[in-house]
Design a protein around this ligand. Structure first.
Ligand code: BG6
Length: 473
């Protein structure tokens, strides 16, 4: 049964990517190295000293040279928006220079030209797991307050250059993931098991202040721009109705909700301050920091949603499943993807309602999707993939988005992750595919890099064209 469309007429349908997972050209155009150049296996192994040839991200899907062809395919699907990140190290190759790299800036000019050609609204992430490596090696990443100034300078360059053409900006991808992946998310060189809690939470504070300063820069340089935070959303249900499990789930959820609370309300919530005290963490927070956080709050809240987890106070019941950067206790009622991520469409409706009730800010779903192994087949001389599993996953999640909209939640748009196949962040594989467009490249680096439309390509085009009315229950 199809559902009548509840999606607003200006709903921003599109797709999402990140520079380090698509661009390749890791050392072209004056680009400096980023932390991704020393993470050839994602977060599954420790970083390497320098770049290594086995790193698929060096070429990725060669978007740097093929962006025009790819954006044309997005336009063919009817995209209203395209989420991409600007690689910080293309603009400031080391991160701490005073002058930007013009060749890097010119590349994103050309990309934005291409989006404008089709009326596609760019949605730009300013920092998506690609801190310049020099800032990691020399400053220990976001642990060091100096990064606030470097990021502010970078943000000012971006707003001055693109502010009139780009309306939607996200400051840090999945800012809460630094709790679990300090190197990838926070550019922190100190290995996780040696990182003190004080340094970790100071890094978080520094990023939050930098996010506020970027919002201030936007207000000054790009008055029409809207700035959003971006959090990894993962509801943690109580494993049982035991009040101790309910409290445990609330405590786990708050580790993530704190980031939205601070971005939206402009101050640290009491439960967060208590948790810092309980952990013996004493932060350096200046009066100016407090004033910035309070004044420069976000215009909207964006988030990724792939899965939910369960939580329990009973350690003997803690069966930890795999997950999206952060794992969690497995929920026995849910099935999982091939990578162990538990699939829960209703969880998306729950998150949307929870965030709306809590913050009353427009919400943007900027990542959602199914990583799966695809089989390239030939039908009537045309290569394609029969990815009904992906269609089902996206359909079921979008039906829940429709429900949330009917519940009264203000949802700005939906950009499924990896609208074109790309290199995975956690495992650095190409075989973990998310796209509507198949890219002929394999985990061993072989392949032509040719693009093929999957079955989901036409399906998504129809969803966009019908503004969601073609979704089925
Ligand atoms: C999010 C990240 O965590 O999930 C993306 O913002 C990432 O960069 C996506 O690619 C999917 O995760 P993975 O590990 O399957 O690529």
């Amino acid at each position: 049964m199809t559902v009548s469309s509840t999606f607003p007429a200006d709903f921003l349908w599109g797709g999402a990517t990140a520079a380090n997972q698509i661009e390749g050209a890791y050392n072209e155009g004056g680009k400096g190295l980023s932390i991704q150049d020393v993470m050839p296996k994602g977060i599954t192994t420790p970083r390497t000293e320098g770049p290594t040839d086995d790193n698929l991200k060096q070429v990725a899907i060669d978007f740097y040279h093929r962006y025009a062809e790819d954006i044309a395919l997005f336009a063919e699907m009817g995209f209203k928006t395209f989420r991409f990140s600007i690689a910080w190290s293309r603009i400031f190759p080391l991160g701490d220079e005073t002058e930007p790299n013009e060749e890097g800036l010119a590349f994103y000019d050309r990309m934005i030209d291409e989006c404008e050609k089709y009326g596609i609204e760019p949605l730009v992430t300013m920092s998506h797991y690609e801190t310049p490596l020099h800032l990691t090696d020399t400053y220990d990443g976001w642990v060091n307050r100096d990064l606030i100034g470097f990021y502010e300078r970078y943000s000012r360059v971006l707003f001055a250059r693109y502010g009139a053409r780009v309306k939607y900006w996200l400051t840090f991808n999945e800012i809460n993931s630094v709790l679990h992946a300090p190197l990838m998310s926070g550019g922190i060189n100190t290995p996780k098991d040696q990182l003190s809690k004080t340094d970790l939470y100071q890094a978080i504070h520094n990023e939050l202040v930098a996010s506020a300063l970027a919002t201030k820069a936007a207000r000054e340089l790009a008055p029409n721009a809207q700035v959003g935070c971006m959090v990894l959303a993962m509801p943690a249900y109580p494993l049982t109705p035991d009040p101790d499990d309910v409290m445990a789930s609330l405590t786990t959820e708050r580790t993530n909700l704190a980031f939205g609370d601070i971005h939206v309300r402009g101050e640290y919530p009491g439960y967060y301050l208590r948790s810092l005290r309980d952990q013996g963490v004493e932060l350096t927070i200046t009066d100016e920091d407090r004033a910035l956080l309070k004044e420069y709050t976000v215009d909207f809240v964006s988030f990724s949603y792939y899965m939910s987890v369960a939580e329990t106070a009973d350690d003997s019941k803690r069966v930890i499943g795999e997950g999206n950067i952060m794992g969690g206790v497995s929920n026995p009622t849910l099935k999982a993807s091939e990578w162990g991520w538990q699939i829960d469409p209703v969880g998306l409706r729950i998150v949307l309602n929870q965030f709306w009730d809590r913050w009353q800010k427009p919400l943007f779903i900027v990542e959602n999707g199914l990583g799966a192994r695809d089989q390239l087949i030939e039908i009537d001389g045309r290569k394609t993939v029969n990815d009904d599993y992906r269609i089902n996953y996206l359909n079921d999640h979008l039906v829940q988005v429709g429900e949330a909209i009917t519940d009264g939640v203000d949802v700005m748009g939906y950009t499924p992750w990896g609208c074109i196949d790309l290199v995975s962040a956690s495992t650095a594989q190409l075989s973990k595919r998310y796209g509507f467009i198949y890219v002929d490249r394999n985990d061993d680096g072989s392949g032509t890099l040719d693009r093929y439309k999957k079955k989901s390509f036409d399906w998504y085009a129809e969803v966009i064209k019908s503004n969601g009315a073609s979704l089925t229950r």
